[in-house]
Write a protein that binds this ligand. Structure first.
Ligand SMILES: *[C@@H]1O[C@H](CO)[C@@H](O)[C@H](O)[C@H]1NC(C)=O
Ligand SMILES: *[C@@H]1O[C@H](CO)[C@@H](O)[C@H](O)[C@H]1NC(C)=O
Length: 253
């Protein structure tokens, strides 16, 4: 697995509707064009994934037969309400075809939702082989106490996430000082077993001592799980406006 460091400055709130946090179009997987049966099946699949995700915030489904069968997964972030979930997944389903017009293995993550399809049945399979990391450019002032608090917070929310009833989702916060609070969130795709979820989160958290080390905020985006912490509230219910921060990026591929 080659790892390339892409130290790009990017404004966090630059993301428009069309602009996912992360997209992946597997260039080794191609349909023969817009009119072929795989491409048609992807269209049908996506409308089913959207419909089910809008209902349950999560969906796995397949469409078609034999060689042209396609598998799809949709999921909204666990704290997002139905209307934000619906608009996110509807938009994702439109954008994924524009972003990956001829690929049969495609993935997009937006702030509020994740959408993926493939000709391979990937349900229940842990995948951390590719992804994207974002880190705030700014460093914390007191790394020792920050990292202690960060570790304790993620121990707590990881163990929440892997409880069956929480369906792979955990969030929480911890006061660093009277003036500063650390917010954390983790989510696995709901098709993963608690064990696979725990493994995904453990791999994601390794980046906290690597790329994210001592950063004021960081996001780890994989196909199977998503992890984020910030020194401002970013999940619902929101306590105040999200602040704009500059971020570094690292592509995993
Ligand atoms: C859903 O959350 C958004 C905030 O992102 C809010 O503006 C909207 O009113 C909420 N919708 C419902 C139906 O609660
Ligand atoms: C943060 O710390 C790293 C490593 O010590 C350093 O290279 C970088 O310049 C620092 N960033 C800022 C914005 O001070």
């Amino acid at each position: 697995m080659a790892v390339i460091y892409l130290l790009l400055l990017s404004l966090f709130c630059r993301h428009s509707l069309a602009d996912p946090l992360w997209k992946y179009c597997n260039q080794n997987t191609k349909t023969s064009g817009g009119g072929d049966s795989v491409s048609t099946n992807i269209g049908h699949l996506l409308s089913q994934v959207v419909e089910k995700t809008e209902r349950d915030s999560f969906a796995t489904t397949s469409y078609g037969q034999g060689e042209s069968r396609v598998y799809g997964l949709g999921q909204c972030r666990g704290d997002v309400n139905n209307s934000d979930c619906s608009s996110c997944i509807e938009n994702a389903a439109k954008q994924i075809r524009l972003l990956c017009p001829i690929q049969t293995d495609a993935r997009v993550r937006y702030e509020y939702c994740f959408l993926r399809y493939s000709k391979e049945n990937f349900f229940g399979k842990l995948d951390t082989s590719i992804g994207l990391l974002y880190a705030n450019v700014e460093n914390v002032t007191d790394p020792d106490s920050f990292n202690k608090a960060l570790g304790a917070l993620f121990d707590r929310i990881d163990s929440k996430a892997i409880k069956l009833k929480n369906q792979g989702f955990g969030k929480g916060e911890t006061k660093l000082s009277p003036f500063e609070t650390l917010y954390g969130l983790v989510q696995c795709t709901r098709d993963l077993s608690p064990l696979a979820c725990a493994q995904c989160l453990a791999i994601a958290l390794e980046n906290f001592v690597g790329f994210c080390s001592d950063k004021k905020g960081c996001q780890v985006i994989y196909s199977s799980c998503y992890v984020r912490y910030e020194l401002y509230p970013f999940f619902f219910p929101l306590e105040s406006q999200m602040s704009k921060t500059d971020n570094l990026q690292k592509l995993i591929h």
